[in-house]
Design a protein around this ligand. Structure first.
Ligand code: UD1
Ligand code: UDP
Length: 364
């Protein structure tokens, strides 16, 4: 059995690795296709080293661009490659432009398509990722959901039960597999930080960093939180220019994007995390670290209902008040069901069982 696994940007690598490993353990031939959506060493290369992913078998090299340019370039490059590789199935993860582009190509080309992280919905159509999620799910045969709420969304949209499989969270497979190594990364010493003595911030959603007025408000809030707990902010390239222009308040320290092991260690020892990242909401829940999400909505409600996540929106006063509440009284965490380090195995079992089914009935 030959299976193409697609990755393209920072939040893909820690999701695809456990799936690749589980497929290969079961004897499948895995072809790793990298779209090249992210390409800086700090957004890309370091994750291959830290996670022990072999170099991609094929590289599309699409780089940055508008949504249409980037999505279109991935599609145009992936189509002939898929015809050449002729896999039995394609696995896409997450919600980035590379995910939807490869999904659309696969749906018309013939191989079975599996979407890992299916069913997440923010119901916020101003988020490019929401479009990517809904479209990717619609053309996928196998919808591999991280949590029961995601499966519920899919059922409500009319997908059939035989398409939907709650497999747990592959990102947490990587987190648990690498936690000990991360704790030995030495990043706190390198940065002169004490465990529990700092807060960690990430910002990269277009709605937060592309509009200078919004970003100014967020920085004001961060400055006030930093007066109580100094903050470290690894800067995503999307936000780098604007942060340099606007400048950051005292107590907020900018550092380059962190590698995977360093960033896990920084989360693990943080007193509080403030973020607009999707994955970071999940990792803080798994680690039991308080998380204040700088968005009005989340496609990952399980992190609020069971985990350590609190939605604070983008209003500076509300962010500061939420951060103080969380610092005074950190939420008690519960790790969601099936976030147990074995989601990749469940993905592989569903997919290989489906491919082996006598009728090879397409669920879609
Ligand atoms: C993308 C994903 C987003 C994900 C994020 C993870 C889409 C629509 N967005 O957003 O869902 O949360 O990745 O980090 O797919 N850049 C560099 N170096 C790089 C990559 C990007 O400098 O290696 C800069 C470029 O100026 C680029 C900008 O960052 O234009 C944005 O990159 P892009 O991949 O388009 O979107 P992200 O904001 O990274
Ligand atoms: N991450 C990292 N270094 C950083 C910021 C994030 O290694 O400086 C990791 C983080 O631990 C998680 C993933 O990147 O595994 C999340 O990706 P990102 O926040 O870029 O995207 P999103 O999850 O919002 O799509």
């Amino acid at each position: 059995v030959r299976i193409v696994c697609v990755a393209g940007a920072r939040p893909n690598y820690m999701k695809i690795k456990p799936v690749m490993d589980a497929l290969e353990r079961r004897g499948a031939e895995v072809v790793l296709v990298h779209t090249g959506q992210h390409y800086d060493e700090s957004m890309n290369g370091v994750f291959f080293t830290d996670l022990g992913i072999r170099p991609p078998d094929r590289f599309l090299g699409v780089g940055s661009g508008t949504h249409a340019e980037q999505t279109g370039r991935v599609m145009a490059a992936f189509e002939p490659l898929l015809a050449e590789i002729a896999p039995d199935a394609v696995v896409v993860v997450g919600d980035i432009n590379s995910t939807v582009a490869c999904a659309l190509v696969t749906a018309k080309a013939g191989p079975l398509l599996a979407h890992v992280e299916a069913g997440l919905r923010s119901r916020d159509w101003t988020m490019p990722e929401e479009v990517n999620r809904v479209v990717t799910d619609r053309v996928s045969d196998y919808l591999l959901a991280p949590s029961p709420d995601a499966a519920g969304n899919l059922r409500a949209e009319g997908y059939r039960d035989d398409q939907i499989h709650v497999v747990g969270n592959v990102m947490i497979d990587s987190l648990l597999a690498n936690l000990d190594r991360a704790r030995g990364s030495g990043v706190l010493d390198r940065l002169g930080l004490a465990p529990g003595g700092y807060g960690l911030v990430t910002l990269h959603r277009p709605a937060n960093v592309d509009d200078p007025e919004v970003l100014t408000g967020l920085l004001k809030a961060l400055g006030e939180v930093a007066a109580r707990c100094p903050l470290v902010l690894p800067v995503h390239p999307r936000a780098a220019g604007r942060l340099a222009e606007l400048g950051v308040p005292d107590g907020v320290r900018l550092i380059p994007p962190a590698g995977y092991l360093d960033f896990i260690a920084l989360q693990d020892s943080a007193r509080i995390v403030l973020t607009d990242s999707g994955g970071v909401q999940e990792e803080t829940t798994a680690l039991g670290v308080p998380c204040v999400t700088l968005r009005d909505n989340t496609e990952r409600p399980v992190t609020v209902e069971q985990g350590t996540n609190v939605l604070a929106g983008r209003d500076p006063e509300r962010i500061v008040a939420t951060a103080h509440t969380v610092l005074d009284d950190p939420p008690a965490p519960r790790r969601p069901e099936l976030w147990d380090g074995h989601a990749g195995d469940r993905v592989a079992d569903v997919l290989l069982d489906g491919l082996a089914a006598p009728a090879n009935g397409r669920p879609r």
